[in-house]
Design a binder for this molecule. Sequence first.
Ligand SMILES: NC(=O)c1ccc[n+]([C@@H]2O[C@H](COP(=O)([O-])OP(=O)(O)OC[C@H]3O[C@@H](n4cnc5c(N)ncnc54)[C@H](OP(=O)(O)O)[C@@H]3O)[C@@H](O)[C@H]2O)c1
Length: 247
Amino acid sequence: MSPQFQQFAAAAPWVVLLFAAIVFPLLFFVPAPYGRYGRPGWGPTMPAKVAWVLMESFSFFLFAALWWLNPRFGTPVVLVLGVAWLVHYAQRTFVFSLLMRDENRRKPLLTVLMAIVFNVLNAVGNAVSLTDRAIDLPLVLGLSIFVFGMGVNLHSDHVLRGLRKPGETGYLIPKGGFFSWLSAPNYFGEILEWVGFAIAAQTLAGWAFAAFTVANLAPRALSNHRWYRQKFPDYPAGRRALIPFVW
Ligand SMILES: NC(=O)c1ccc[n+]([C@@H]2O[C@H](COP(=O)([O-])OP(=O)(O)OC[C@H]3O[C@@H](n4cnc5c(N)ncnc54)[C@H](OP(=O)(O)O)[C@@H]3O)[C@@H](O)[C@H]2O)c1
């Protein structure tokens, strides 16, 4: 890898942290314009399904290539963390995207381009910085949190996907699993995944991604929570937005 590329990879997590600091306050006032907050005025759009595959492909293929080129590739810690990352993004890119039901849903091109820029920085920073060490408590604890979070995220996305009958486009009250406690358990699971990954990897890039995930998803979880309570008078009163029993 050229010195310029190594400089770019070293700078990437700092840019991700800067993005986190910018989007966190902003998203409390301006929800990202997709899904239930989709609205005109954000420029040209593209089919949501294609958009998800395109955006998330960078996190899968670019990471895979750089992970393979990492001089520590093949050592146990680098191997297991790379596999965890790729399992997540294989699911998100090829399973989640293609199982999405509504063929007419569209996403603003602007949000897709922003996600691609972010995913490139994030994949580069994380793949290049993975390094070997002894198998220790942070690795085992972090990976356990990652796997648990992934279970919560997958189950919650599965519940959401099953709510609509074929052809329906409206919103219903999700039930079961972590929806018993939360309005946005898919985001709760996603945050646990990347906090777990950061604990396990112990890299700046890992922590920057965890911070960005919180900055991106916590405001949206709150918006979703308020939206459900406004839309459904019978919405379960005990549910929190993102953190069971707390918030
Ligand atoms: N790491 C990150 O920063 C990051 C960022 C964004 C997303 N993600 C992950 O990507 C996945 C998708 O995120 P998202 O923001 O698109 O999730 P979402 O808004 O909860 O929507 C997921 C899917 O479920 C549908 N849906 C949601 N609530 C519904 C309801 N009450 N009734 C019927 N259908 C409903 C949505 O349809 P509509 O499209 O019609 O709303 C969409 O197809 C999640 O696992 C999330 O954690 C990660």
